[in-house]
Design a protein around this ligand. Structure first.
Ligand SMILES: [Zn+2]
Length: 1064
């Protein structure tokens, strides 16, 4: 199917899908950094024809009836977390002159929708009443021009002073390893650099050494161009003569006779278990080896790639599945990502899919080929994930490509010992002298065995070139709602208690600072200056023009003032115990927080319990509960005011991130409030119906989340840049951040629980390339005041046939990327438009498979095995809280689900979309995992259908942030007594949230399983024990995705619908 077919087939397109190129670079205001971005290197110049996967097609006026409130107004995309040029709410000048604007592409779905209105009763599926309407285009938008160049690079603040020394420490992660770290179980290893030919020995713990750093300080008024810094220090001089050109088949020919690299490491495991690049520093460094270099050259490609065609041998991924006949499609355990079709040597060292993943593990050679596949191309990242083992490199020289600034990585090519070829821009670079020494093997002349070339994920301690001001200290500011409503929920006790318990576990060092602000109708500051006998409260009642009463004593050194801080935490809950103040001036409190932290940067933690009612940022309720179920489309998904976004951008410019904890029983307009976190790279936590007495499960959840939040790793003043091989480009980012330039995200804080997604396009044909690479570099300041760079590099093969593209499709990554895109579409266009687009995504890709890949036509709804779950996942998305219609979904609940889809890492997003259902009344040790002497049963994953429930059993549903345990009416009495400690079914309480600790094998197994599920995520899922009469039974049943509900199709009906559209 050609792209014109796609266009005509889909008729009129919807509004632009939030995927303009990232051109709205925020020019740092004059108070910030006068300096700006360097012109990107050659690898980043090629942005002529941005690929635009989800853009709707033609530009047409809205169809009648599709927008049921007011005139249609094109809204620039907000997904990219850019400034919103043209946003109607804009009341003050934009922050800089650099806002380029996407031409509004007003468009609308065509006259008919491909999906029946979801709030209506599903019509008979046989009725041929679906029109092919708007789709998500996998095509391009007009180019937006080259990234702005905003001035000359600044002089380097400090010349490199660092003593030369190489040490590689493999440091265990500071934070609790995730349960999944079972896969990273490589023995923690520390490589001591005993003999260093190039300099005096330095600390073995690379990160304990700070002597080279400028004296840490507050950093006030220091130019702060972190985006520039990530570009690195060596751009100053003219580049030496370039040896450009696309990669040729000469890659690696200098050593044609050498065996593939890493041969004499441990025997390659089979493909299924070969995804452990986090086990890098095991054997390879211990023995001198002949010069070897894994090459992406043609000779090294896996045989399966060249032989991949349907004619010769069909790989399992392309096995044709008739979805209408095969109903048991779920694997018994977790769905595993596909393994890229690379040589074993390359794949073994490739980035772990939990950290870095592509929707297509085989990259199409051309954009037109990608367009034909009708699959989105994008990356999913979890860049700051807690790792149980992370190689850390301290080196006076961080070796990077002189041209595109790529960090040297396992996928570069060594032409000889003195030259390496960049795998992103293909420039040939010199190997620095220092790099010739391998501190691990303590040998000379083996640059290819350096840890930088052996690990797809590693961290550098950055020398002083990577900072323009002294690394900031860890700074924490707690902002607490103390209005009557807030006090009534009892949350203050939990926050203060948790802070008291974890005060010594806050990440930081001797410089760590802390401060507190409370607010109701006024703003209260706390003087915690050393020497005071008790904390001093200072009330500012002029909320119109907020000022700091004693600027120097509100943010204090935690170590020096710990007693005063503890005194304050002990007395805070009582201080407002009798308050009758109902008003709440959140906006002014946030302004105060910004003022307080703008000199240093840091983290603001805001606890809010109601709709802000006073001062700037005051909001009015926009939700009419009576309209929830009946509204034709969902209104008010976009912010009511731009105050929170503007303040967030101010915060971002000063390296301040705001995390929002919303504890509420009523509508709080999360769509507006959430902007404060979204654009400042913060996190949003939401606890609906929070109350100390009435909702003990919610309290436990809040306590656990808070502990993780306070003690987890944190990075300050961070930027992340994603580079990709020449010919590819990034055009849309998803997550919480601000896009500072084409490929650079500003992250005032980065936390280990944040995920990101990006959409990519192919701008130049990748002909002659065997593989392409992607590199994410996260430059941040650790809580100990070090500049560090975490680098992830992923290599993927390039293919030139549709069947190869399909064979490498990663259905979970595709689903998660589509979910992010659909959130944007819901906000910029409408929910129904987003729903149509998701449905069309499955129809179009399966149509493409049928018409372009299958050689033998056969009846049925045919999918390649690797995409067999795609229609199921799409249906699951349509029924997900974020996108569903027809049920009474609270607006804040919906908006929160959308937030989660955008910034959670893939594994958790997938559980939100398609929960895992297990039968648990008959758990056995068969096939169980053994983790630290605990036996964890591994029951089979069941289809999400009431058919699968049996009245004599008990079933556990893991939906990510909530776990349901459904007890059948005739449940095995043994389970009731041995696991629940209850005599019979009737005794199951309506609100039961924990499993008793019984000394029975059944109890231990069940608790081990639930505990293991919980350990695998950074948040705490509430457990609800459900019986027929339970109020939450409806929520449980709503997750039965395969079943028909009054407002949505069953899975089988959905398949029939998809089939019908395909055969049109
Ligand atoms: Zn390069």
């Amino acid at each position: 199917m050609s792209s014109t077919d796609f266009s005509s087939q889909n008729g009129a397109g919807g509004p632009p899908y939030a995927n303009v190129k990232e051109q709205h670079a925020l020019n740092p205001g004059p108070s910030q950094n006068p300096v700006a971005l360097q012109p990107p290197g050659p690898g980043y110049m090629a942005h002529q024809t941005p690929y635009n996967p989800m853009q709707a097609k033609g530009a047409m006026p809205p169809g009648p009836g599709l927008y049921n409130s007011g005139p249609y107004q094109p809204i620039p995309p907000v997904s990219s977390n850019q400034a919103l040029p043209g946003q109607p709410m804009l009341k003050r000048p934009p922050m800089g002159p650099q806002h380029s604007m996407t031409p509004p592409q007003s468009a609308s779905p065509g006259p008919g929708s491909r999906m029946p209105p979801a709030h209506a009763t599903p019509p008979p599926v046989s009725a041929n009443n679906y029109q092919h309407a708007p789709a998500w285009q996998y095509g391009g938008t007009p180019p937006m021009g080259a990234p702005p160049s905003m001035g000359a690079p600044p002089p380097m603040a400090v010349p490199p002073l660092r003593p030369v020394g190489n040490h590689i420490t493999s440091s265990p992660s500071l934070a609790t390893p995730q349960a999944t770290s079972a896969e990273y179980h490589a023995t923690p290893s520390v490589f001591h650099n005993a003999t260093q030919p190039l300099g005096p020995p330095t600390s073995l713990q690379g990160y304990t050494q700070q002597g080279h750093m400028p004296t840490p300080g507050n950093g006030a008024q220091v130019p702060n161009s972190f985006d520039h810094l990530e570009m690195g220090p060596t751009m100053a001089g003219p580049l030496p003569p370039q040896q450009p050109g696309p990669p040729t088949r000469h890659m690696g020919l200098s050593y044609p006779s050498l065996p593939p690299g890493y041969q004499n490491t441990s025997a390659p495991p089979n493909a299924a278990t070969m995804q452990h690049p986090m086990q890098p520093l095991t054997q390879p460094y211990t023995h001198p080896q002949p010069y070897q270099q894994p090459s992406a050259g043609p000779a090294q490609l896996s045989p399966s790639l060249s032989g991949l065609s349907l004619q010769s041998q069909t790989p399992e991924a392309l096995r044709v599945v008739n979805l209408l006949q095969e109903r048991s499609l779920l694997p018994p355990g977790p769905v595993t990502p596909p393994t890229p079709c690379l040589s074993q040597d390359l794949q073994k060292i490739n980035c772990h899919p939990e950290v870095f993943r592509s929707t297509l593990t085989s990259i199409p050679q051309t954009q037109s080929l990608l367009n034909k596949a009708k699959l989105p191309l994008g990356l999913l990242l979890h860049p700051f994930k807690d790792l149980s083992q992370l190689p850390v490199v301290t080196s006076s020289t961080i070796v990077r490509c002189r041209s595109c600034r790529t960090y040297i990585n396992p996928f570069v090519t060594f032409l000889d010992q003195r030259r390496w070829k960049c795998n992103l821009c293909y420039r040939v670079n010199d190997v620095p002298e220092e790099f010739m020494y391998n501190p691990v093997s303590r040998s000379y002349g083996e640059p290819h065995k350096r840890p930088e070339v052996q690990n797809a994920t590693l961290e550098f301690i950055a020398p002083s070139e990577y900072m323009l001001r002294p690394p900031q200290p860890a700074v924490y500011l707690i902002v607490l709602d103390v209005s009557h409503n807030a006090v009534e929920t009892g949350y203050l006790d939990v926050v203060c208690q948790s802070l008291l318990e974890n005060i010594n576990a806050l990440p930081g060092d001797s410089r760590t600072k802390i401060g507190f602000i409370t607010f109701d109708s006024t703003i209260h500051f706390y003087n915690l200056q050393e020497g005071l006998s008790q904390p001093q409260m200072l009330v500012v009642s002029d909320i119109e023009d907020i000022f700091l009463p004693t600027p120097d004593s509100l943010l204090v050194n935690l170590n020096e003032c710990k007693e005063l801080v503890q005194d304050l935490l002990k007395s805070l809950p009582q201080m407002f115990g009798k308050t009758m103040e109902t008003q709440c001036a959140l906006g002014p409190a946030l302004q105060a927080a910004f003022k307080l932290l703008s000199a240093t940067g840091g983290r603001v933690s805001v606890f809010q319990t109601q709709l802000p009612s006073l001062g700037v940022g005051a909001l009015k309720s926009r939700e009419d509960p009576n309209q929830r179920a009946s509204a034709k489309d969902i209104q008010h998904l976009s912010p009511a005011t731009d105050f929170y976004k503007k303040l967030a951008l101010d915060c971002s410019g000063q390296q301040v991130a705001v995390d929002l904890f919303l504890l509420s029983s009523q509508y709080c307009d999360l769509a507006s409030l959430g902007c404060i976190s979204r654009y400042s790279a913060g996190s949003v936590y939401y606890y609906p119906s929070y109350h100390q007495q009435h909702n003990p499960a919610g309290v436990e959840c809040f306590q656990k989340d808070l502990k993780r939040y306070l003690t987890r790793k944190i990075g300050f003043e961070a930027v992340m840049r994603i580079r990709c091989s020449k010919g590819l480009s990034i055009h849309t980012f998803h997550g919480n951040f601000f896009v500072r330039s084409t490929d650079l995200l500003s992250l005032p804080n980065v936390n280990p629980d944040a995920g990101f997604a990006v959409q990519m396009s192919i701008e130049e044909n990748l002909v002659d390339m065997q593989s392409v690479s992607f590199q994410a570099a996260l430059l941040y300041t650790s809580s100990k005041g070090e500049r560090r760079i975490r680098v992830h590099t992923m290599c993927l093969p390039v293919v030139n046939s549709l069947s190869d593209i399909f064979a490498g499709a990663d259905v979970q990554a595709i689903t998660c990327l589509l979910a992010s895109m659909a959130v944007d579409r819901s906000v910029t266009a409408s929910l129904s438009d987003a729903r149509d687009a998701m449905t069309n995504a499955s129809i179009d890709s399966l149509t493409s498979f049928r018409t372009s890949v299958l050689t033998i036509q056969q009846p049925g709804l045919l999918a390649p095995a690797c995409l067999r779950l795609f229609p199921l996942y799409i249906l699951a998305l349509l029924k997900q809280k974020a996108f569903r219609t027809g049920t009474s979904t609270r607006l804040d609940d919906r908006v929160f689900a959308m937030c989660q889809l955008k910034y959670q890492p893939l594994a958790y997003v997938m559980l939100m979309i398609h929960p895992a259902l297990y039968r648990v009344d008959d758990l056995t040790d068969e096939g169980a995992l053994n983790i630290s002497e605990r036996t964890i049963p591994q029951p089979r994953v069941q289809q999400l259908s009431v058919e699968k429930l049996s009245r004599d059993g008990a079933f556990l549903m893991d939906a990510g942030s909530v776990i349901y345990l459904w007890i059948g009416r005739n449940c095995n009495p043994n389970f009731l007594t041995q696991v629940l400690g209850l005599p019979n079914y009737a005794a199951v309480p309506l609100n039961m949230n924990m499993l008793p600790e019984l000394d029975t094998a059944e109890s231990q197994r069940t608790r081990a399983f639930v505990g293991w599920l919980r350990e695998q995520r950074p948040f705490f899922p509430i457990l609800h024990v459900i019986r027929d009469e339970s109020p939450l039974k409806a929520s449980f049943l709503q997750n039965m995705i395969e079943d028909r509900t009054e407002s949505a199709l069953s899975y089988y009906e959905f398949l029939l619908h998809v089939q019908q559209q395909i055969s049109k």
